[in-house]
Design a protein around this ligand. Structure first.
Ligand SMILES: Nc1nc2c(c(=O)[nH]1)N[C@H]1C(S)=C(S)[C@@H](COP(=O)(O)OP(=O)(O)OC[C@H]3O[C@@H](n4cnc5c(N)ncnc54)[C@H](O)[C@@H]3O)O[C@H]1N2
Ligand code: MOO
Length: 422
């Protein structure tokens, strides 16, 4: 069992933990006014459906890292583009010994070399084009030259020759559309002849940090605390595939919030705090004033149940992260992650599962997301300091474990949401 202190904190805003059996299907949670909240999976599915992929654009290869391919990467050339020597040595024609042609040798990048006739050889470098008539390459360490004659074992026909088209032919699909461009994929694209790539752009995100109690430097004082969400939300959105344009601090000012949302040029807006019904929680009122449609208004998940997702009249989505820091992380992975996947047309990350090393108490009706470390790939160890207002547990975690309503015994396999790393 993780200790009661953490458990009590983790459930501080929910009904008292009870020894209820886990239902086969997660039961929907209940909001403050007794309203049924969508289950965690349902909320993720709504977030994924809430966005259409952004229109594709062409980017030079050196700016395309991390973007999603908008079309299959199809080879624009054979690879190799010509028969190539795989080793430094001699290109030889037929069985040896061979007469050296007297030519200086063929270097990588040299234009076509003189053809060889049977019994001839010419020095050749790795990557150089094979002269026509050559039947194999003899490695430099296998041959000796004396008086213009090369001796050595007869290489098998084709030995150490990379034939044209060995890796692909022009038109071969090298990577499917929706592949995220890694450094290796950029290298492959360049090798295959591309200067630019058609990609889905990284969704441009704007973060609006709300709360008059927040300080942006120094120590907490006079009831005020440091902003912990500003420094982590932008980087986390970036790690989830967004391009974070700006993080703005707006205090608890409804007018400033209205202005910021209505003039934003981002593809997605993420706010922090103000999701609940506190005296200065203006977000919902501002969304009403903007005629936004609430797609998700609370989720049966702990922490983070006041999280929300809205669609602004122009179609731009807005994710409201609750102010409690671990609740904000929960909302990032529940709503922002699937939304960004949809905007960037990325496939969802592969599901990860692991066995809990310790039992985790559940919420009676809601899914819980619990920070875990993975001492071994197959194991998930629940971490302490996982209360909704705490970051100590999540900062040491590599994933959030998805704990179904009712909880999970030790050695149960649970789903994990890997924490994105920049
Ligand atoms: N009567 C109820 N009160 C609350 C409920 C509820 O169901 N009924 N839900 C609680 C839960 S759960 C959460 S989570 C919070 C959500 O609150 P808000 O999203 O409205 O956020 P705030 O009220 O602005 O702040 C809550 C908490 O978080 C701290 N905070 C806010 N922003 C930051 C930041 N950038 N860095 C660090 N800490 C931040 C803030 O100071 C508050 O302590 O509502 C509960 N209340
Ligand atoms: O459950 Mo709230 O953290 O405290 O979302």
């Amino acid at each position: 069992m993780i200790d009661d202190f953490d458990d009590a904190l983790a459930l501080a805003n929910g009904p008292a933990p009870a020894a209820v059996a886990a239902p086969a299907e997660p039961a929907p949670g209940r909001g403050a006014a007794g309203r049924e909240l969508p289950g965690w999976e349902t909320a993720r599915a709504i977030a994924h459906r809430a966005a259409r992929p952004l229109p594709p654009r062409r980017l030079p290869i050196d700016l395309a890292l991390g973007h999603t391919l908008a079309a299959p990467l199809t080879a624009l050339t054979d690879l190799p583009a010509f028969d190539t020597s795989a080793m430094d040595g001699w290109a030889v024609a037929g069985p040896g010994p061979w007469r050296l042609t007297g030519a200086a040798g063929v270097l990588a990048g040299a234009p076509r070399a003189e053809p060889l006739t049977d019994g001839q050889a010419v020095p050749i470098a790795t990557g150089a084009r094979i002269p026509s008539g050559a039947t194999a390459v003899l490695r430099s360490e296998h041959g000796t030259v004396a008086r213009g004659q090369l001796s050595g074992p007869n290489p098998e026909p084709g030995a150490d020759v990379r034939p044209r088209g060995q890796e692909c032919r022009t038109g071969t699909e090298l990577l499917p559309a929706r592949t995220t461009l890694t450094p290796a994929a950029l290298g492959l694209a360049a090798a295959a002849g591309y200067d630019q790539l058609a990609v889905r752009p990284r969704p441009r995100a704007e973060v609006l940090v709300l709360g008059d109690e927040l300080l942006f430097r120094g120590l907490p004082h006079d009831g005020r605390i440091r902003d912990a969400l500003g420094p982590m939300t932008g980087p986390w959105l970036t790690a989830l595939g967004a391009h974070t344009l700006v993080t703005r601090r707006l205090g608890d000012d409804a007018e400033a919030l209205h202005e910021a949302i209505s003039t934003s040029r981002a593809d997605v807006i993420v706010t922090t705090g103000s999701t609940a019904a506190g005296p200065v929680d203006h977000l919902r009122a501002v969304l009403r004033r903007l005629d936004a449609q609430l797609l998700v208004s609370g989720v049966a998940v702990r922490p983070g149940h006041p999280m929300l997702l809205a669609e602004l009249p122009g179609g731009v989505p807005l994710v409201g992260l609750p102010g409690n820091p671990l609740a904000a992380v929960s909302a990032l992975l529940t709503l922002a992650a699937p939304l960004l996947c949809a905007l960037a047309d990325r496939p969802a990350p592969e599901e990860a599962w692991a066995e809990l090393t310790d039992a985790v108490r559940g919420h009676p009706t809601d899914t819980r997301l619990v920070p875990v470390r993975r001492p071994a790939p197959e194991e998930a160890r629940p971490l302490s300091y996982a209360g909704p207002a705490m970051l100590r547990g999540i900062a040491a975690a590599s994933a959030l474990a998805v704990i179904p309503p009712g909880g999970a015994e030790a050695h149960t396999r649970v789903r994990l949401l890997d924490l994105p790393h920049a």
